[in-house]
Design a protein around this ligand. Structure first.
Ligand SMILES: [Zn+2]
Length: 426
């Protein structure tokens, strides 16, 4: 915290004063009057200030503060004046990109009410429908798909693993893992997993671009998906649309939840995670403490010969190359960066959407305890984090990505999965 003057620390402490938790008439958390400010940190001192601001539980950071990209922060109405004043004092440029978060959430709710339920290409499936879709799909493709519970969440929900293979009964091939919905509010990531399962099963052995791609992908590898790593949090995001963590009950605090992507044993407790139970980046009581994390660790170990582990998150339009936990690049960083660059080129060719590829701490941000770092440290060579649409600072949507973007987002993400499969040796 060196470099931050005393009075500024004091003003941060004022900002993080505890506020209430207003809920609207249907038991959902209301974000009425909450604004999203997009902040650009231009130097180390400003970055430090943002990190200090993030340490308080009441300002919700949508990205880890970084010098390389804008950081979008959600500020409750009763703190807007103080926060804006302190940002100006620190000469931090910001713009208001969402005047009232509740209006955005209401818009999504109305939009989804008009859409056919169960269609993963045009709407978001909530927890029950999500499970149902997985069960129906595996029933429809018994020769290609295997649905397996790899453990139970804190609240007793199944953590599902989906295996998709050219022939589910054939000897095992090298494995590719794709993990989605570790963070509850990142709904588009669940769509990315379901959409990819849908494309692979529907197109294997067929002609056309998707047919050729699905065939290569499944002839070369077995594909494993953790489509909903955090089912409790995801289910809860119906009530609190911006919920991120799991639903672990904390014994010494009224704040539930552990950030699953800070819980893994990859420099656990290090940079970019919090020991504060109420923080959105609370790392948990110990490394790998959460049943959701343990389930995935055990499943990957049991599968063996895993070539790639892709953690799908949103939002920022980034591909992170390990490691994120410290200012250390993986020994084969350059190779991974090149492969990632080519995959993101394939992604861009679909809809013209640009993803920045880079090393966590140096170019983007530091975050310890991430699943991809954990698996990279444990022998999975091609480990990456995606941050899907939209770019930070780009408008009102953020996590509330309009359902009209589900289809194009699935397609561009799939193109990059194909590129990874094409490039990675079997
Ligand atoms: Zn995330």
């Amino acid at each position: 915290m060196a470099g931050i003057a005393g009075p500024l620390v004091f003003s941060v402490l004022l900002i993080v004063a505890v506020i209430g938790n207003p809920e609207n008439s249907k038991g959902r958390k209301s974000f009425k009057g909450y604004q999203v400010l997009s902040v650009r940190a231009g130097n180390e001192m400003q970055l430090e200030y943002l990190n200090l601001l993030q340490a308080g539980p009441e300002i919700d950071f949508f990205q880890v503060p970084s010098l390389a990209q804008k950081t979008d922060i959600l500020v409750p109405p009763n703190q807007l004046r103080e926060v804006k004043k302190s940002l100006r004092k620190m000469k931090l440029d910001f713009e208001i990109i969402n005047e009232d978060m509740e209006i955005t959430i209401e818009r999504e709710r109305r939009d989804m009410a008009t859409r056919a339920t169960g269609d993963i290409w045009t709407t978001y499936l909530m927890w029950e429908d999500f499970e149902l879709w997985l069960q129906e799909k595996s029933t429809n493709f018994p020769g290609m798909m295997e649905l397996k519970s790899i453990g139970k969440s804190n609240e007793g929900r199944d953590i599902w693993q989906v295996k998709v293979a050219a022939d589910i009964n054939a000897p095992k091939k090298p494995a590719m893992y794709i993990e989605c919905l570790a963070h509850a509010r990142e709904w588009i990531t669940g769509s990315a997993c379901l959409g990819t399962i849908d494309i692979l099963t529907a197109n294997y052995g067929k002609s056309g671009t998707l047919g050729q791609q699905a065939t290569l992908m499944l002839d070369k590898f077995d594909w494993y998906f953790i489509p909903m790593m955090n089912p409790d949090g995801y289910n809860f995001s119906k009530q609190n649309r911006l919920w991120r963590k799991n639903r672990r009950v904390n014994v010494v605090s009224s704040c539930p939840g552990v950030d699953l992507n800070r819980n893994f044993a990859a420099d656990w407790g290090g940079a970019g995670s919090s020991s504060n139970w109420c923080s959105d980046t609370y790392r948990g009581g110990s490394a790998n403490s959460e049943p959701e994390a343990q389930a995935v660790i055990n499943a990957v170990a049991e599968t063996g010969d895993v070539r790639s582990y892709l953690s799908i998150h949103s939002y920022s339009q980034l591909l992170l190359v390990p490691y994120a936990y410290d200012n250390v690049k993986a020994p084969d960083y350059n190779e991974l960066k090149n492969v990632g660059d080519i995959a993101m080129l394939a992604l861009r060719q679909v809809n013209g959407v640009n993803f920045v590829v880079g090393h966590g701490p140096e170019i983007l941000y530091a975050a310890s305890g991430g699943a991809f770092d954990y698996f990279k440290l444990n022998g999975v060579k091609y480990a990456y984090v995606y941050e899907l649409r939209p770019a930070s600072g780009s408008g009102t949507d953020g996590f509330i990505l309009p359902a009209s973007q589900i289809d194009p987002s699935i397609r561009e993400t799939f193109a990059s999965f194909y590129s990874f499969a094409d490039q990675i040796p079997a």
